[in-house]
Design a protein around this ligand. Structure first.
Ligand SMILES: Nc1ncnc2c1ncn2[C@@H]1O[C@H](COP(=O)(O)OP(=O)(O)OP(=O)(O)O)[C@@H](O)[C@H]1O
Length: 123
Protein backbone atom coordinates (compact mmCIF):
# COMPACT_ATOMS: atom_id res chain seq x y z
CA UNK A 1 0.00 0.00 0.00
CA UNK A 2 1.17 3.53 -0.79
CA UNK A 3 2.43 5.65 2.09
CA UNK A 4 0.32 8.80 2.70
CA UNK A 5 2.03 12.08 1.73
CA UNK A 6 1.63 13.32 5.31
CA UNK A 7 3.78 10.42 6.60
CA UNK A 8 6.47 11.15 4.02
CA UNK A 9 6.61 14.83 4.97
CA UNK A 10 6.58 13.97 8.70
CA UNK A 11 9.52 11.59 8.25
CA UNK A 12 11.48 14.21 6.28
CA UNK A 13 10.74 16.86 8.92
CA UNK A 14 11.84 14.47 11.71
CA UNK A 15 15.11 13.88 9.83
CA UNK A 16 15.74 17.62 9.56
CA UNK A 17 14.92 18.16 13.26
CA UNK A 18 17.21 15.25 14.23
CA UNK A 19 20.09 16.78 12.28
CA UNK A 20 19.44 20.20 13.86
CA UNK A 21 19.34 18.67 17.35
CA UNK A 22 22.44 16.50 17.05
CA UNK A 23 24.77 18.15 14.49
CA UNK A 24 26.57 21.30 15.57
CA UNK A 25 27.61 22.01 11.95
CA UNK A 26 23.96 21.86 10.86
CA UNK A 27 23.09 24.52 13.44
CA UNK A 28 26.04 26.67 12.37
CA UNK A 29 25.04 26.40 8.68
CA UNK A 30 21.40 27.15 9.49
CA UNK A 31 22.40 30.24 11.48
CA UNK A 32 24.60 31.36 8.58
CA UNK A 33 21.71 30.81 6.15
CA UNK A 34 19.34 32.90 8.30
CA UNK A 35 21.98 35.65 8.59
CA UNK A 36 22.52 35.62 4.80
CA UNK A 37 18.75 35.87 4.19
CA UNK A 38 18.50 38.82 6.61
CA UNK A 39 21.41 40.50 4.80
CA UNK A 40 19.75 39.77 1.45
CA UNK A 41 16.49 41.32 2.63
CA UNK A 42 18.31 44.27 4.20
CA UNK A 43 20.31 45.03 1.05
CA UNK A 44 17.33 44.37 -1.23
CA UNK A 45 19.22 41.93 -3.47
CA UNK A 46 17.80 41.06 -6.89
CA UNK A 47 15.76 37.97 -7.82
CA UNK A 48 18.82 36.46 -9.54
CA UNK A 49 20.92 37.02 -6.42
CA UNK A 50 18.22 35.38 -4.28
CA UNK A 51 18.43 32.35 -6.54
CA UNK A 52 22.21 32.06 -6.01
CA UNK A 53 21.67 32.39 -2.26
CA UNK A 54 18.90 29.77 -2.29
CA UNK A 55 21.11 27.41 -4.33
CA UNK A 56 24.01 27.79 -1.88
CA UNK A 57 21.79 27.23 1.17
CA UNK A 58 20.04 24.24 -0.41
CA UNK A 59 23.35 22.61 -1.36
CA UNK A 60 24.90 23.04 2.10
CA UNK A 61 21.84 21.89 4.06
CA UNK A 62 21.30 18.90 1.73
CA UNK A 63 24.95 17.88 2.02
CA UNK A 64 24.79 18.22 5.81
CA UNK A 65 21.65 16.02 5.93
CA UNK A 66 23.33 13.40 3.68
CA UNK A 67 26.43 13.55 5.89
CA UNK A 68 24.26 12.85 8.95
CA UNK A 69 22.61 9.95 7.11
CA UNK A 70 26.01 8.46 6.16
CA UNK A 71 27.32 8.84 9.73
CA UNK A 72 24.25 7.11 11.17
CA UNK A 73 24.36 4.29 8.59
CA UNK A 74 28.08 3.73 9.19
CA UNK A 75 27.66 3.77 12.99
CA UNK A 76 24.83 1.23 12.63
CA UNK A 77 26.69 -1.15 10.33
CA UNK A 78 30.32 -0.59 11.40
CA UNK A 79 30.61 0.76 14.96
CA UNK A 80 34.21 -0.52 15.21
CA UNK A 81 37.09 1.25 13.46
CA UNK A 82 37.34 0.20 9.79
CA UNK A 83 39.18 1.84 6.87
CA UNK A 84 36.03 1.77 4.68
CA UNK A 85 33.94 3.33 7.46
CA UNK A 86 36.55 6.09 7.66
CA UNK A 87 36.40 6.63 3.88
CA UNK A 88 32.58 6.78 3.95
CA UNK A 89 32.53 9.37 6.74
CA UNK A 90 35.45 11.42 5.41
CA UNK A 91 34.07 11.65 1.86
CA UNK A 92 30.62 12.61 3.19
CA UNK A 93 32.30 15.32 5.27
CA UNK A 94 34.22 16.34 2.14
CA UNK A 95 30.91 16.88 0.31
CA UNK A 96 29.79 19.27 3.07
CA UNK A 97 33.10 21.12 2.87
CA UNK A 98 32.86 21.58 -0.93
CA UNK A 99 29.32 22.99 -0.70
CA UNK A 100 30.33 25.25 2.22
CA UNK A 101 33.19 26.71 0.13
CA UNK A 102 30.70 27.38 -2.70
CA UNK A 103 28.33 29.08 -0.22
CA UNK A 104 31.21 31.19 1.11
CA UNK A 105 32.08 32.32 -2.42
CA UNK A 106 28.42 33.22 -3.09
CA UNK A 107 28.28 35.13 0.22
CA UNK A 108 31.46 37.08 -0.58
CA UNK A 109 30.30 37.93 -4.13
CA UNK A 110 26.87 39.07 -2.92
CA UNK A 111 27.72 40.89 0.29
CA UNK A 112 31.43 41.82 0.59
CA UNK A 113 31.11 44.93 -1.60
CA UNK A 114 27.81 46.00 -0.03
CA UNK A 115 29.12 45.54 3.52
CA UNK A 116 32.29 47.52 2.70
CA UNK A 117 30.19 50.32 1.22
CA UNK A 118 27.98 50.33 4.33
CA UNK A 119 31.08 50.43 6.55
CA UNK A 120 32.47 53.39 4.56
CA UNK A 121 29.29 55.39 5.13
CA UNK A 122 29.79 55.01 8.90
CA UNK A 123 33.54 55.80 8.93
N1 LIG B 1 33.97 3.29 12.34
C1 LIG B 1 34.98 4.10 12.02
N2 LIG B 1 36.11 3.60 11.47
C2 LIG B 1 37.14 4.41 11.12
N3 LIG B 1 37.17 5.73 11.29
C3 LIG B 1 36.08 6.31 11.83
C4 LIG B 1 34.94 5.54 12.23
N4 LIG B 1 34.02 6.40 12.75
C5 LIG B 1 34.56 7.61 12.68
N5 LIG B 1 35.78 7.59 12.11
C6 LIG B 1 36.67 8.75 11.87
O1 LIG B 1 36.41 9.75 12.82
C7 LIG B 1 35.92 10.95 12.16
C8 LIG B 1 34.82 11.56 12.99
O2 LIG B 1 33.76 10.65 13.04
P1 LIG B 1 32.42 10.96 13.83
O3 LIG B 1 31.47 9.85 13.66
O4 LIG B 1 32.76 11.41 15.21
O5 LIG B 1 31.87 12.16 13.00
P2 LIG B 1 31.56 13.57 13.59
O6 LIG B 1 32.71 14.11 14.35
O7 LIG B 1 30.24 13.45 14.25
O8 LIG B 1 31.46 14.35 12.21
P3 LIG B 1 30.77 15.75 12.02
O9 LIG B 1 31.61 16.71 12.81
O10 LIG B 1 30.82 15.96 10.53
O11 LIG B 1 29.37 15.59 12.53
C9 LIG B 1 35.45 10.48 10.78
O12 LIG B 1 35.52 11.53 9.83
C10 LIG B 1 36.42 9.35 10.49
O13 LIG B 1 37.65 9.87 9.98
Amino acid sequence: MRRPWADTFRAAWEGILYALRTQRNMRVHTAAAVAACLLGAGFGISAGEWLWLALAITLVVSAELMNTAVESAVDLTMPDPHPLAKIAKDTAAGAVFVTAVFALIVGVVLFAGRLLQLLRTFL
